[in-house]
Design a binder for this molecule. Structure first.
Ligand code: F0G
Length: 354
């Protein structure tokens, strides 16, 4: 039968009721793309892949956790769902709520959500509340509201989010035949790193696929798990991971420790350089999604990691189209030519602007 989303494919490995009716947009099944040119750029001699999660239906990995969370909200007769978000969760919750026929309320930090994400939440019909505070403020509000009402929280504190998100690790193992040596990914609220580690451990128990080391990467201005305490005013160009008090921080630290990996921080400059490097291989991701590569690059360049002979997977969590402004702000504009063939030919055949 044709592909019908992650619940259909991996239900047997999920803690969901057997007869549940999936709310799905056929998410998951994202490609694992080899990027040999980037491996060469980093010295070569190893296998490097991108798990391109930006190709999910709403453009980010959040759809994996949202299909399961929304399926269970519907199953349990909930009428309204709520989340705090730096943008991607909001767009995904909005899409899956409309699919389920539920009311969606999303709370976002004013002025800090990339255009493609806000537009998504609007397009899918969510009720959007913005506050002049941080993601962390918004999360504390929606958690409290959900505790005091019948409204279902669909942030990654919701355990069903983890049941869905862990399927990305199943897909990687199914594709490679075993777990990679290293998995590198961005860390914000720390749901994704927690879910990957859960998934790898589960698959290893059942299928003996082995375990990766996990490299979690935060932005320097929003690196509570690296500096060891909450960041009051997190700041980074990677707005998706602009988070100072991650809800699953303890579990993220545990995933790094148990996997004999680590959590590190990288500068915004390095994140943007990694974004460019990925684009040079045809993979345009939003800034946060380049953090995994930025972290790996940093570790290789400062000689704290030798990738030789290894198989490494970079998780690219969100599509570049989510955040067009960061690219437009580079100021590169199309060349303007008159409607005149000779002028156009002169420009092109003369070598353009190269
Ligand atoms: N990458 C992207 C593109 C994200 O949107 C997020 C989180 C992360 C990485 C980090 O994942 O939080 O599980 O550690 N975005 C959330 C949101 C916070 O509201 O969309 P995490």
């Amino acid at each position: 039968m044709s592909y019908q989303g992650i619940i259909h494919r991996y239900h047997e490995f999920m803690d969901l009721p057997p007869a549940v009716q999936p709310i799905t947009l056929y998410e998951g099944n994202t490609p694992l793309i080899p990027v040999p040119a980037i491996a060469d750029n980093l010295g070569g001699g190893f296998e490097l892949y991108v798990k391109y999660e930006g190709l999910n239906p709403t453009g980010s990995f959040k759809d994996r956790g949202m299909t399961t969370a929304m399926t269970m909200a519907k199953h349990n007769g909930k009428k309204t769902v709520i989340c705090a978000s730096t943008g991607n969760t909001a767009a995904s919750a909005a899409a899956y709520a409309s699919r389920a026929g539920l009311r969606a309320i999303v709370m976002i930090p004013e002025g800090k959500v990339a255009a493609g994400k806000l537009a998504g939440a609007v397009a899918y019909g969510a009720e959007i509340i913005q506050i002049p505070g941080s993601f962390d403020d918004a999360l504390s509000f929606v958690v409290e509201i959900s505790q005091k009402s019948e409204i279902e929280l669909v942030n990654s504190l919701n355990p069903y989010r983890m049941e869905g998100q862990k399927t990305a690790s199943f897909e990687i193992c199914d594709e490679l035949g075993s777990a990679p040596d290293w998995l590198c990914l961005p860390v914000g609220n720390a749901g994704n790193i927690t879910a990957y580690w859960m998934g790898f451990k589960q698959y290893n128990r059942i299928k003996n696929t082995g375990l990766p080391h996990i490299l979690g990467v935060q932005a320097e201005g929003a690196a509570p798990l690296v500096i060891g305490h909450t960041v009051e005013h997190p700041e980074t160009v990677a707005t998706a991971i602009r988070i100072g008090n991650p809800a699953r921080g303890e579990q993220a630290l545990m995933a790094a420790e148990e996997s004999k990996g680590r959590i590190i921080a990288v500068s915004d400059e390095k994140i943007l350089a990694a974004q460019k490097l990925l684009a040079s291989s045809g993979i345009w991701v939003e800034p946060a999604s380049a953090a995994g590569l930025a972290g790996l690059t940093d570790r290789i360049k400062n000689n704290s990691f030798d990738p030789k002979g290894k198989r490494i997977v970079l998780v690219c969590t969100g599509h570049g189209m989510k955040d067009p402004d960061i690219i437009i702000s580079r100021g590169i504009k199309p060349v303007r030519l008159p409607v005149d063939f000779d002028k156009v030919a002169e420009y092109i055949l003369g070598g353009g602007n190269r």
